[in-house]
Every structure is written in structure tokens, then in C-alpha cells.
Design a protein around this ligand. Structure first.
Ligand code: NAD
Length: 250
């Protein structure tokens, strides 16, 4: 299937590594010009260089997605490098786990800010360009945790919030040819989850509860994002696609 992504311009936040890096790579392989956006200069540069070495058109912007000035610079640099922005993938995010009684206000703010405020700022900054060209695709990375995970009140609330943001924007912006969808991954092996305490136990439990009986790979999520970002998906908006190996249904 030709996804119709040739020469489309895509920003992927948090694309220095993990799901974001795999998504940027997949979009580039489909012909898109990609912007690697991450707060970590080392991984951002390494991923951008790797994709350039594969022959893709890549721009790299280092910045913090929770800061309005950084987000505006990300979009301005994208437009300066590639002329416009067609696709935004709001992927930057991380957990700071703990039960409510011990969760600090700082850990609440950090997680809600990176996931929700970051997506809000990025959507707001790209929207004038998408509206002007009457075409846009936004894919927000939620999580199966939007259902509510014990020890993840901040993360679960933010990932549920992302679905509300997705639905509200789908209603607001559809008239301009812009679709907004969410992808909710299950357990995906990345450095983020490998850094969790009791990683092996969490992994084993997740795989046992997954009908296809394996952990997710970043490429599994990248494929779903590329489809929703494509020309082909123009009649899909306000949806949340669970990519969990069947675990969502269990
Ligand atoms: N791995 C999983 O099992 C899983 C499951 C469901 C959802 N997710 C979500 O997928 C997304 C990617 O997760 P991952 O596992 O690839 O994580 P990861 O930690 O490997 O990658 C996240 C990237 O985001 C960047 N980032 C963090 N804060 C940032 C900020 N303020 N500004 C810019 N960049 C920032 C990090 O530097 C990192 O490169 C996250 O939103 C995560 O919540 C992951």
C-alpha cells in the first residue's frame, strides 16, 4: 500500500530514541522529510545522523517540549528547513511512578507537563500551517495505561487526557482537512521500560497477559502511526488505536 507520504514534512517529538526514533525512521522510509525533536542532544544527533546516512531528508532540533519558546522554535526551524509541516507526532513522554500517598507534586507536574502540555503546545504551534494548507495529520501517543494503572496516577491521567485532547481537536479541526488520532501502545521494549524497577517482572507479566505472547517492538507502534499519518487515513479522526498485541481486549 502506498501511504502517500512522499515529501510530507513530519515532526516527531521525543524521537532521539525508542518509539519516537522508530516512528521517524518509518516515516522517512515512506518518503517523508523528518524532524528529529528531543531534549537530549546526544540521542537526537545520533538518530538524525543515522537516518541521514540511510539517505533520508532529516532536520534535528534540540529543545524541551514543555517550553513554549522551544516548541515555537521547533516549528519555525521545520518551516525554514522544509517549507511547512504536514504531520506532527506527539510522542515525548515518561513516567514517574509512585502511589498517590507518596507521589510528589513535582512528579505529578513533570509527567502531566511533558505529556499533556507538550502536546497542547505542539498542536497549537503547527496548526496555523496545517490550516493554511488544508491538510494535516496529528498522532498523539497515549498508552494502554489510560485505563488506569496502580502506581501511575499521574501517567494514567495524562494518557487519558491525551485521548480527550485528540477527540476535541478532531472535532475542531476536521473542517480544515486535519485529522487527529491517538495510538495507545501496550508494553513496548524501550530504554524507558528497561529503566523501571522490577523491569523483568513487569515484562514477564505483560507478555503473559498478551494474546500474541510477546512484548511490543518500537516498529509495531511506528507502523500504526505511519498509517494514521498517511493520505490513506483521511477518513479516520478522533480514534484511539490500541496497539497491544490483543492485551487491550483482555
Ligand atoms: N515503552 C512503552 O511500553 C510505552 C507504552 C505506552 C506508551 N508509551 C509512550 O510512548 C512514548 C515514547 O516512549 P518510549 O518508551 O520510546 O520512551 P523513551 O524514554 O525511550 O523515549 C522518550 C524520548 O522522549 C524524550 N523526551 C522526554 N521528555 C522530553 C521533553 N520534555 N522534550 C523533548 N523530548 C523529551 C526523551 O529524551 C526520549 O528520547 C512516551 O510518550 C511513552 O509514554 C510507551
Amino acid at each position: 500500500m502506498d501511504l502517500g507520504l512522499t515529501d510530507k514534512v513530519a515532526i516527531v517529538t521525543g524521537s532521539g530514541r525508542g518509539i519516537g526514533a522508530a516512528t521517524a525512521q518509518r516515516l522517512a522510509q515512506e518518503g517523508a522529510k523528518v524532524v528529529i525533536a528531543d531534549r537530549d542532544p546526544d540521542t537526537a544527533t545520533a538518530t538524525a545522523n543515522r537516518l541521514r546516512a540511510e539517505g533520508h531528508a532529516v532536520h534535528c532540533v534540540v529543545g524541551d517540549i514543555t517550553r513554549q519558546a522551544d516548541v515555537q522554535r521547533l516549528v519555525d526551524e521545520t518551516v525554514a528547513a522544509f517549507g511547512t509541516v504536514h504531520i506532527l507526532v506527539n510522542n515525548a513522554g515518561f513516567p514517574r511512578d509512585g502511589f498517590l500517598t507518596t507521589m510528589s507534586e513535582e512528579d505529578w507536574d513533570l509527567v502531566v507537563d511533558v505529556i499533556l502540555k507538550g502536546a497542547f503546545l505542539a498542536c497549537k504551534a503547527v496548526m496555523p500551517h496545517m490550516i493554511a494548507q488544508r491538510w494535516g495529520r496529528i498522532v498523539n501517543i497515549s498508552s494502554r495505561a489510560h485505563l488506569g494503572n496502580p502506581g501511575q496516577a499521574n501517567y494514567s491521567a495524562a494518557k487519558a487526557g491525551i485521548i480527550g485532547l485528540t477527540n476535541a481537536l478532531a472535532l475542531e479541526e476536521g473542517r480544515y482537512g486535519i485529522t487527529i488520532n491517538a495510538v495507545a501502545p501496550g508494553f513496548v521494549e524501550t530504554e524507558m521500560v528497561r529503566a523501571l524497577p522490577h523491569y523483568e517482572q513487569i515484562r514477564d507479566r505483560a507478555v503473559r497477559g498478551t494474546p500474541v505472547q510477546r512484548a511490543g517492538r518500537p516498529e509495531d507502534i511506528a507502523t500504526a502511526v505511519a498509517f494514521l499519518a498517511s493520505e490513506c487515513a483521511g477518513y479516520i479522526s478522533g480514534e484511539t488505536l490500541h496497539v497491544t498485541g490483543g492485551r487491550y481486549a483482555s
